[in-house]
Design a binder for this molecule. Structure first.
Ligand SMILES: [Zn+2]
Ligand SMILES: [Zn+2]
Ligand SMILES: [Zn+2]
Length: 148
């Protein structure tokens, strides 16, 4: 009895081909790759090209971060975060030494709930560092993320 020739349809070129036209693969049920050898070669070429492109993209992002504009932008973010932290620390300190009422003893200015924290309604600038209003966490989040 002659051995039946096993064939398989290539997933890429859609041609029915002999098993010998496919590479072996342990991931697939029949032990053969979904693509024929020719298609696989093509696929690898394309894959490599796209991969190199993303690699290049990564490099350009890296270059931006280390360029004068990139460094300036990250320094701005850093400065803003630092001022924000400083202003919050000022308020926290005043609360601690009893010069300011703890926000939890106050009512939220936007709803009827108990406040949880202070919001810097005039921004985090040093001259406004004590310009704060008591807010609950929900309202505070709303102020800072109006869309969500
Ligand atoms: Zn094929
Ligand atoms: Zn509220
Ligand atoms: Zn705030």
């Amino acid at each position: 009895m002659p051995k039946p020739i096993k064939t398989k349809r290539c997933n890429r070129c859609k041609k029915i081909k002999d098993f010998s036209e496919f590479h072996k693969s342990v991931d697939v049920k029949d032990g053969m790759q979904r693509m024929c050898k020719i298609c696989n070669k093509e696929y690898q070429k394309v894959y490599k090209r796209t991969y190199r492109k993303t690699d290049k993209y990564k490099t350009s992002a890296y270059e931006y971060r280390h360029s004068p504009q990139g460094l300036l932008a990250s320094r701005e973010v850093y400065k803003r975060n630092r001022i924000k932290k400083l202003s919050s620390a000022c308020v926290r300190y005043k609360v601690k030494i009893g010069k300011m009422i703890h926000p939890k003893l106050l009512k939220c200015i936007s709803c009827i709930n108990q406040a949880q924290e202070y919001h810097h309604h005039n921004g985090y600038d040093k001259k406004h560092c004590y310009d704060v209003v008591p807010v609950c966490i929900v309202c505070h989040n709303k102020v800072h993320n109006p869309i969500t």
